[in-house]
Design a protein around this ligand. Structure first.
Ligand code: ZN
Length: 45
């Protein structure tokens, strides 16, 4: 489990895994999607 802060309300959010594509904030009722890092993808390829 990875804990991060919501971009908008600073609430603590929990990620199931590091490669989760998005996380939902129940306080803001938004789903935050993470932009894939081109360098990380290049390294994984
Ligand atoms: Zn939030």
């Amino acid at each position: 489990m990875i804990h991060i802060e919501c971009t908008w309300c600073d609430a603590e959010l929990v990620l199931a895994s590091l490669d989760a594509p998005s996380v939902h904030c129940p306080d803001c009722r938004v789903t935050v999607e993470f932009s894939p890092e081109p360098e990380a993808i290049a390294l994984a390829a």
